[in-house]
Design a protein. Structure first.
Length: 367
């Protein structure tokens, strides 16, 4: 059988992976995505937003994969969302041209990278201060490009954003006068109906001042109805790719039917009748949230009891299954998108048979 190959492959580790091999044959730890579940999640969210009558803009920070981003676009996403320039550059090189960056881009080096992106596509950024806007404007004018801007307003997220409708209006007026920038509207996170008075106030102010409201972007997987109710023009969502149409916030939500990302690990030690050790620890699974660390598909009665740096500790005291050294188990991590950033390659599989191996190009792209 032919070895998998192609531009998506990483160096070194994939030459022994063949198409249609069982995921248990992979060298471990191995991150595997179930394509049937992935496709169902992507298509399901797109259909949900169409039914609500709100435009979906797919976030990519969860998966950091141009291939998955293209699946989101094919299902109906209106462009994509990135938060870090490194991710946006990967998406741009893959041919994706409509990118919203929901992050304050600060510093000459980063702003230069931003204007390079603007030469290749429709780039929109968010900002919450004149300092951020001015830095982008100066470089955009030098490079003779246009960068779209959404003024971010804090409607309860207590993260970034202008702190009042009046402040958002004032920043919008300033942005609209800066060279190289094109004011395109507003952005907030998360979409919460309780923020409706703030939203109505800022919209009224923008209209009265004749400021662009081409876009009012809301966000948060599971809050699509809220974005529609608040009158937003688009809804940003990304966690749905790995979690389905609502966020996972307890162990009972983990299931193979809902969660496409899994980690295959090998039992490397069975020190006692009620405990085993697998070859994936903190550096494989990440320690967030603290507990539980995931669902073991083959034996849900066995549960992780701890993590060392490179060892996973599994409590089998409530299980009737007898494990032995060399056995493989498949784990759905509680925080799947956190795992993505820890691995060099991602295996795509269907019915537990390998279909493709992709280089995880977005790994470590935090700049």
């Amino acid at each position: 059988m032919a070895t998998l190959s192609g531009a998506g492959q990483p160096h070194g580790t994939s030459e022994n992976v063949t198409a249609h091999m069982h995921i248990y044959e992979l060298d471990t730890p191995a991150v595997v995505i179930d394509l049937d579940v992935l496709e169902r999640n992507i298509e399901g969210m797109a259909a949900h937003c169409r039914e609500l009558g709100i435009t979906l803009r797919g976030h990519t920070k969860s998966h950091k994969s141009p291939e998955i981003a293209k699946m989101q676009l094919a299902a109906g996403s209106q462009g994509i969302v990135c938060q870090k320039l490194g991710d946006a550059e990967i998406m741009s090189r893959a041919g994706i041209t409509d990118i919203l960056m929901t992050y304050n881009i600060v510093g000459r080096h980063k702003v230069r990278r931003l204007t390079e992106l603007a030469k290749r596509g429709r780039i929109t950024v968010t900002c919450d201060s004149i300092e951020v806007a001015t830095g982008i404007s100066e470089q955009a004018a030098l490079d003779d490009v246009r960068v779209g801007v959404l003024v971010e307003i804090d409607t309860g997220g207590n993260r970034t954003g202008t702190q009042s409708p009046a402040a958002a209006e004032e920043l919008g007026k300033q942005v609209s006068k800066l060279p190289g920038l094109e004011l395109r509207g507003l952005m907030t996170y998360p979409s919460r109906v309780a923020s409706k008075p703030i939203v109505e106030d800022v919209v009224a102010r923008f209209k009265k001042a004749d400021l662009s409201l081409e876009i009012f972007s809301g966000g948060g997987t599971g809050e699509e109805w809220e974005s529609k109710e608040l009158g937003f023009t688009e809804h940003r969502g990304g966690s749905y790719v790995y979690e389905g149409q609502t966020r996972i916030n307890k162990a009972e939500h983990l299931s193979p039917e809902r969660c496409p990302l899994r980690v295959v690990v090998t039992v490397v030690s069975v020190p006692s009748s009620n405990r085993l050790i697998v070859d994936g620890g903190m550096k494989t699974f990440r320690l967030f949230p603290i507990m539980p660390w995931g669902l073991i598909i083959e034996d849900p009665d066995s549960q992780f009891s701890g993590m060392s740096v490179e060892h996973g500790h599994v409590d089998t005291s409530h299980s009737n299954r007898k494990f032995k050294v060399g056995d493989k188990i498949t784990v759905i991590p509680t925080y799947q998108e956190g795992v993505t950033n820890l691995h060099d390659e991602i295996v795509w599989a269907r019915n537990n048979q390998v279909e493709q191996v992709w280089r995880n190009e977005g790994r470590g792209k935090v700049k």
